[in-house]
Design a binder for this molecule. Structure first.
Ligand SMILES: C[S@@+](CC[C@H](N)C(=O)[O-])C[C@H]1O[C@@H](n2cnc3c(N)ncnc32)[C@H](O)[C@@H]1O
Length: 274
């Protein structure tokens, strides 16, 4: 199954217009966006901004470090990194439409000097060796079959002593997964792996895991909160339902079910480049 099928899963052709229309409905000026207002739509992973903060706080960030966000999506994590930590961020993503939307939202939020995006696959990164001090990757590994190539590329672009923060859905028990889920319409584009296998491949790439955290409980709670809010207030103007088309509710329900049965768990790993 080619990477094109994965990019097709995420592409929709209308995304920027839909996001801007929603922002205008909320009274925002599309030329001067508040990055925090985007957080309900641009953090495309379980637990949203809270999960981002809790992962990145472990990477010992300080101003002027060079950070790569692998599979940067709409750029929420990259903009947060630049604003909160004053780092220079490069986002790389397979889906051309996401790169365009991320670039546009970043310009509209006044962050283009610190944050830029490139279209490329994480398994063939368009950067020279040792270009980055830190790398993060949130909910991307599930789409990448060749994780050995992925980790080799991440290690190549990191400096020795650089940190990698991963927050992926990993397989923690036996059982079927019902598709669609937010990252895949079928099992053909879903490449879930056990934490043990991540650890082995990361060690082989000279990125040994220093800290690991199972976030299944946190994830279940976060997804129940989202569903309760929608049941109470209806869909918000600006939300991930604009991104997860079609069938956002079904994708969330299937994902939540796999967490509740302990088949999958959102898992953090912090690694150190050797
Ligand atoms: C669930 S989204 C997460 C986006 C972002 N990290 C976030 O948390 O908001 C998965 C992202 O991974 C990207 N992706 C999938 N396979 C990729 C690959 N081989 N190289 C780069 N990006 C990839 C997709 O295009 C998509 O933007």
């Amino acid at each position: 199954m080619s990477e094109q099928n994965i990019a097709d899963h995420y592409s929709q052709g209308q995304l920027e217009r839909k996001i801007l229309n929603a922002l205008i409905t909320l009274g925002a000026d599309p030329e001067h966006l508040d990055p925090d207002q985007l957080a309900t739509v641009d953090e495309f992973h379980i637990g949203g901004r809270k999960a981002t903060v809790e992962l990145l706080d472990q990477l010992e960030l300080r101003p002027a470090l060079r950070v790569l966000d692998v599979g940067s999506g709409l750029g929420g994590t990259a903009r947060y990194l630049a604003r909160r930590h004053g780092v220079e961020v490069t986002g790389v993503d397979l889906t051309a439409e996401y790169v365009e939307v991320a670039t546009s939202l970043t310009r509209r939020a006044g962050l283009a000097e610190l944050v830029q995006f490139r279209q490329a696959s994480a398994t063939t990164l368009p950067f020279s060796d040792g270009s980055f001090d830190r790398v993060c990757m949130l909910h991307v590994g599930m789409n990448i079959a060749d994780k050995a190539a992925l980790f080799a590329e991440i290690r190549r672009v990191l400096v020795v002593g650089g940190g990698l923060g991963i927050y992926d859905l990993m397989r923690v028990g036996p059982g079927e997964i019902t598709y669609p889920v937010p990252w895949a319409g079928s099992s053909a584009t879903s490449f879930l792996m056990e934490p043990q296998r991540y650890r082995e491949l990361l060690a082989q790439a000279r990125l040994p895991v220093q800290v690991e955290r199972d976030r299944r409980g946190f994830g279940i709670e976060a997804l129940h909160e989202v569903r309760a809010r929608v049941a109470r207030d209806g869909l918000p103007a600006l939300g991930l339902h604009l991104v997860m088309v079609p069938d956002p509710a079904l994708k969330i329900a299937n994902m939540l079910n796999s967490l509740e049965r302990a088949v999958l768990a959102p898992t953090e790993m912090i690694c150190l480049a050797q």
